[in-house]
Design a protein around this ligand. Sequence first.
Ligand SMILES: [Zn+2]
Length: 259
Amino acid sequence: MLGPLKNWWRKRIIARSPVSEVQWSRAFSALPLLDRLPDKDKQRLRDLAILFLHQKEFSGARGLTVSEDMTLLIALQACLPILNLGIEWYRNWVTIIVYPAGFAPERTVVDEYGLAHRVKQPLSGEAWLRGPVILSWEATENAGELDGSNVVIHEFVHKLDMLNGAANGFPPLHGEMDPARWSGVFTAAFDDFQQKMQRGIRTGIDSYAASSPAEFIAVLSEVFFEKPEIILHQYPEVYEKLKTFFLQDPLAGKYPEKP
Ligand SMILES: [Zn+2]
């Protein structure tokens, strides 16, 4: 429960937001991802996004100017996974760095023979433990289309996963959730997905999900919010777990269709 003071403070931040109704409706209409939300949830999401914008700092890299409209698009999508969890789930970090297009950090990667290589790989987003979230605007600009992929949801789900240490597909669960059951469901689905990828079976889920348990939950969360029927159809138990974790059912009120 929120203390009365904290609650009052939040209401004050929301009431004093400089963002106009016109700007909000422009942002909502650019995000088909949010169309399914009833008006009262859109209102709550907007309030949460105001708190998010108040707490976070945006920084443009390589000369990119991050406009207010860009921050609204990022904030609304970032807040969708925490709509029923609360802004506290994005605690302990502040910065969102936005690059104009894919950024290519140079990294040392150790191969299966123990040799270290310097590699440059273009990325669309990245989340650092207790550090910033990094997004490529090129990948973010159209993230809210309902195509099953969403770099903003992906990186911010990594942040939720990192609340209890390095990203490993195991975010802090709610009290009534059974950790062993969570691990069992996700491990079985991950193994099945890896096998399907090896056999070239298409699932409607990006093969990048097979890279690690952390990427598996991040990619499946993108699909959960954008094309939920795919998760319900492919991995119904994962659907149940994500629904219980996010306290949201993207298919509520809809008849589940086959993908
Ligand atoms: Zn990732």
